[in-house]
Each structure stands twice: as C-alpha cells, then as structure tokens.
Design a protein around this ligand. Structure first.
Ligand code: BTN
Length: 248
C-alpha cells in the first residue's frame, strides 16, 4: 500500500474527507486522511466518536481493492488487528479485541475503535474507507461516554505517544493485516478470535432474530462463526447476521 498522508486541522470527519476525495476523483488507494479534531466524528451504529483537539489519533484510510473480493467483515477484522498490533509496537501490552471493532485494555476499557464504510459499492469499482480512532493522550472523557462503557488511553496506560508516531507504527501493521486478509484469511481469523479471547469459549452470538449460545470453534469469512451448541449440535452463523459476540 503506497500511502499519502492528507493532514486536516479541525474537520467534520476524516472518513467524510476520504469519501469527498473519492467523489471528486482525487483519491488513491492507501491515502490516509488525518485530523487534529473532528466536529462530526462517528462510530458504529450511528454513535458519535468524541474527537476533541489535543493529540488523539483520528484517521481514515482509502482502500480500493484489486481485484474486488473484500467484505466489510473481513476488513473490520484486519483493521482491528492491525491497529492492535500497531499499538503493541508502541509498547502497549495486554491489549485485546472486543467484537467486532474495539481495541481494549486488560480490564476491557476501550482504547480504539474501527469503522469500515462503503458507499455505492459496485462490483466493478469497489471502495472502502477504514476509519480508526485511538485515544492517545486524553486522560478525561465526557461523562456520557463513560456512562456507556469504560474507556482508556495510551497516556492512562503509561505511554506518551503523539498522533504522528502512532500512525507511523499502525500503518505498516494495517498493510500487513490486509496482506493476510488476501493471502491467508484463515490465519487472520484465527488470530482475531484468539486476541478477542473467544477461541474455544462459551459465547453468546447476537443475531437479528434470536441469540445463540455455544462453544466457538471457528471463524471463517465465508461460512461465518461455527459453534458447538447443546448436545454437540453444530451451529453456523453467517457474519452478516452477527451483531455481537460475548463470552458467557
Ligand atoms: C467505533 O468504535 O464505533 C468506531 C470509531 C471510529 C472513529 C474513527 S475516528 C476517525 C474516523 N472518522 C470518523 O468519523 N470515525 C472514524
């Protein structure tokens, strides 16, 4: 991935800037839009992503797969793992993943989030924007965020890292994880399941219509999650039906 860094000051959302560049035809595969702050930073499920100025990382990478064949689920797994591995290169330890897109510390507090989006996806001209936000230097968070879940930052974990250095460590790991997604997706999926602490564990999978429980034995981008349910029943849940997975 050959990368140009497009630096914004205060902007609405780095993912929105990436989509604007795609629309005007100036975007190249691997372009990274970065901002100092975002007034309309967004997370999954339409949630806002708190994005004040002051040194946290807000970045969106443009991905133009050649040949087409990636799925949002595959990219979420690859980018989540890539961000996690980049943060480990910065010295952070005991990090994990929370399905599908959070990097968390050993206590489950959220350190980073990933948002994969596409607009007007066509088989002939697919495009994705992979946005990720990392709490680097913040030591205080808005009460409404803390009411939702525990949150942390690299600073709170004892690491002082600026956004530029963090990005420099994360980008090669994103590249490597995307390479794995293309060449050895099963290796990538196994790594994800292990880092999410889900392998061989009893889990509850949230589906559109009903929740299912069982021991998680495999994650495959084509067939989805494989569980062993009651009395040894094999259960397969396609990834597009999964809205959450948690250990029980
Ligand atoms: C989540 O955990 O729900 C995903 C959060 C993704 C936030 C990043 S910050 C950079 C990029 N721009 C956005 O508006 N969102 C993503």
């Amino acid at each position: 991935m050959k990368q140009r860094i497009i630096q914004h000051g205060a902007t609405d959302s780095t993912s929105e800037r990436a989509f604007a560049a795609l629309l005007e035809g100036s975007a190249r595969d691997g372009d990274v839009h970065v901002a100092e702050s975002q007034s309309a930073g967004r997370g999954r499920l339409g949630r806002p992503w708190s994005s004040p100025p002051g040194g946290d990382l807000y970045a969106s990478v443009i991905l133009l797969p050649q040949p087409p064949g990636w799925s949002p689920a595959g990219l979420t797994i690859a980018i989540g793992l890539g961000v996690l591995r980049g943060l480990e290169r910065l010295g952070a330890t005991e990090l994990g993943l929370k399905w599908p897109n959070d990097v968390v510390d050993s206590m489950g507090a959220k350190l980073a989030g990933v948002l994969i989006e596409t607009r007007g996806l066509k088989k002939s001209a697919p495009h994705y924007v992979a946005g990720f936000g990392v709490n680097l230097s913040r030591t205080e968070f808005p009460p409404e965020l803390l009411a939702e879940r525990p949150v942390t930052s690299l600073a709170l974990l004892g690491f002082e890292v600026d956004a530029e250095s963090a990005l420099a460590e994360i980008l090669p790991e994103l590249d490597a994880a995307i390479g794995q997604l293309e060449k050895t997706p099963n290796v990538l999926c196994n790594a994800f399941v292990k880092r999410a602490g889900l392998y061989d564990r009893e889990v509850e999978v949230k589906k559109q219509d009903q929740d299912v429980r069982g021991r998680l034995v495999d994650l495959n981008l084509e067939s989805g999650l494989s569980l062993i349910g009651e009395e040894g029943a094999q259960i397969e849940v396609p990834l597009e039906h999964v809205s959450g997975v948690r250990r029980v």
